[in-house]
Each structure stands twice: as structure tokens, then as C-alpha cells.
Design a protein around this ligand. Structure first.
Ligand code: DQA
Length: 145
């Protein structure tokens, strides 16, 4: 079984992007951690990062036939995208939303997420480890089903 792990806009810049907020880990580090965490639980991780809303939506739609669950860090689209939230609801797979930073301890506009109502769980502020926790939780949800 396969998990789709999606990272949204500007997360390709991790490592150099606002390291005081996002830390020094790179997208490659996140992807390695995701592959290893998924493999340890018997899943294959399919990884996607895109700066384009439509590309993210296409991947979510394709997951309906290709994946058992989705981990998504929608980045800034969290706070703007009804379309990504609708796509997640449409595919009817378990979703865990991840944020590296604690979005509740930052600017007010980061406290609202269009995506959270479509997610089974939300993890924010755990840095890189948030992806590990998300994969672990998805695996438990899928085992229950
Ligand atoms: C983020 C938080 C968002 O508010 C921000 O726009 C991001 C990254 C996080 O991982 O902490 O790009 O999703």
C-alpha cells in the first residue's frame, strides 16, 4: 500500500528559507524521513512538492486510485485554498495535515485552515518529526479499517 506525501509552495526552499522558523532541514531530509517512516510500517511513500495549486489538486485526485492515505503540508495554500480542501474531501481518503511551525503561535492569518475540516488530524509545531507522527497516525487509521 502507498501513502501520498504532499508538500506545497516554497517548501522546496527549506534549509535556507526563514531557518529561525522552519529549521535547517531540507525537503530532501523530509522526503528521506517519510520514505523510512512509511517503509517501517509497511507502506511505500509517494512524494510530491509543487508550487502550483493545480498540480497539487491533480495529485490529490489521482490518489483516489493510487494511494491509501494522504499526508499534506499545504503551506500557504492552507490559509487560502478552498480548491485543495474540496479535492481532499472528494477523494475520500484519510488525510493528516502537517505544519512544521506552530501556526497558532504566529500571525493571526495562519490560525485559519481551509484544509483542517477535511483532515482526520492536524500536527503543527513538531518540525520534521510531524511527518513521522502523521505517517504513524495514517497507518493506525488504515489498520483500523
Ligand atoms: C507551513 C505554515 C504556513 O503558514 C506557511 O505558509 C508555510 C509552511 C509550515 O509548515 O509551518 O509555507 O505550512
Amino acid at each position: 500500500p502507498r501513502l501520498l506525501i504532499i508538500n506545497g509552495p516554497n517548501l522546496n526552499l527549506l534549509g535556507t528559507r526563514e531557518p529561525g522558523i522552519y529549521g535547517s532541514s531540507t525537503l530532501a531530509d523530509i522526503e528521506t524521513l517519510c520514505r523510512e517512516s512509511a517503509a517501517a510500517l509497511g507502506f511505500e511513500a509517494e512524494l510530491l512538492q509543487s508550487n502550483h495549486e493545480g498540480t497539487l489538486i491533480d495529485a490529490i485526485q489521482a490518489a483516489k486510485d493510487n494511494a491509501s492515505g494522504i499526508v499534506i503540508n499545504p503551506a500557504a495554500y492552507t490559509h487560502t485554498s478552498v480548491a485543495i480542501a474540496d479535492a481532499l474531501r472528494a477523494v475520500n481518503l484519510p488525510v493528516v495535515e502537517v505544519h512544521l511551525s506552530n501556526v497558532h503561535a504566529r500571525e493571526e492569518f495562519r490560525r485559519h485552515s481551509y484544509v483542517s475540516p477535511a483532515a482526520a488530524a492536524v500536527i503543527a509545531g513538531a518540525g520534521l518529526n510531524g511527518y513521522r507522527y502523521a505517517i504513524d497516525h495514517l497507518a493506525s487509521l488504515l489498520r483500523e479499517n
